[in-house]
Design a binder for this molecule. Structure first.
Ligand code: NAP
Length: 278
């Protein structure tokens, strides 16, 4: 569920960082990327996360190209405005550029990618509310914001609310558990967990690991007839109001990742894993 909007959001979506390049465009894998995004949507990963900065804008272009074959209302697109574009006029212009690259008339969820203390947050939120009122974005969110920053952002909105905070969360990074997740649960802000596989750390640990915790992860996975990666993703979305967006352009990985939904780790197994990685 997205915030308190009543709108459903896929628990496992698709991340696009490094699809179409890093900070600059890379066109060499366009065909594979478009096919992967389409396949992800077909599998049910209808929440696609991108940003103006990804691939210097090329990730948005690939997303736009990929999803235009689906009814627009079946896709939930998140994009983000970079922290250097947070002045009022810059936000409006950045959004227009993103809409063009995405080949759409609206972005479902538009996030401030990172806070920028040198630009007043009130100014940025005013611009986001303008975009909201103009129908260019359906929802407003933030990313990498602390509790106090989310609270401040909310205080500048009069017609709508912050519905999501996209932050790093995985077995490897648990820093949001103490304050941010409880705050978001209490106030109806969806946590969108990024880097749920620790940006590939779990894959590396699985490939070399004979540690106790990897052994335990494998045992838990076997007991549910799931893979360790599916267990790790299910662990991330275990808490109410947490969804995630693993990145992959490989079909077999997308199939594996989508198998992390439709079932739930027991509380005991959830806690055992939390303790082992804690
Ligand atoms: P991630 O999703 O934790 O890990 C991605 C890596 O895992 C890729 O190398 C991918 O390679 C691999 N992978 C994915 N599924 C796999 C599977 N089933 N088996 C084996 N390997 C698998 O890390 P991330 O890309 O950093 O985070 C996800 C998304 O979050 C990003 O793409 C981006 O959209 C968002 N994000 C946001 C911020 C922010 O500041 N808001 C920061 C970082 C990320 P293959 O492609 O080869 O499968």
């Amino acid at each position: 569920m997205l915030g308190r909007t009543g709108e459903k959001l896929a628990a496992i979506g698709l991340g696009t960082w490094k699809i179409g390049g890093g900070m600059t465009p890379d066109y060499s894998m366009d065909k594979e990327a478009i096919e992967a995004i389409r396949y992800a949507v077909e599998l049910g990963m209808t929440h696609i996360d991108t940003a103006e900065i990804y691939g210097g804008g090329h990730a948005e272009e690939l997303v736009g190209e990929a999803v235009k074959t689906f009814p627009r209302e079946d896709i939930f697109i998140t994009s983000k405005v970079w922290h250097t574009n947070l002045r009022y006029d810059d936000v409006l212009k950045a959004c227009e550029r993103s809409l063009k690259r995405l080949q759409t008339s609206y972005i479902d969820l538009y996030l401030i990618h990172w806070p920028n203390p040198s630009i007043p947050l009130s100014e940025t939120m005013k611009a986001l509310e303008r975009l909201y009122k103009d129908g260019k974005i359906r929802y407003i969110g933030v990313s990498n914001f602390s509790v106090s920053q989310v609270e401040e952002a909310r205080s500048y909105l009069s017609q709508t609310d912050v519905v999501a905070n996209q932050v790093e969360y995985s077995l490897y990074d648990r820093s949001i558990e103490k304050d941010l997740i409880p705050y978001c649960l209490k106030t109806g802000v969806t946590v969108v967990a990024y880097s749920p596989l620790g940006q590939g750390r779990l894959i590396r640990e699985l490939s070399i690991g004979r540690s106790k915790r990897i052994k335990m992860l494998r045992e838990v996975a076997e007991s549910y007839s799931k893979t360790p990666i599916q267990v790790a993703l299910n662990w991330v979305i275990w808490k109410e109001n947490v969804v995630t967006i693993p990145k992959s352009i490989r079909k077999e990985h997308l199939e594996e990742n989508v198998g992390a939904v439709g079932w739930r780790l027991s509380e005991r197994d959830y806690k055992r894993l939390a303790d082992a990685w804690g």
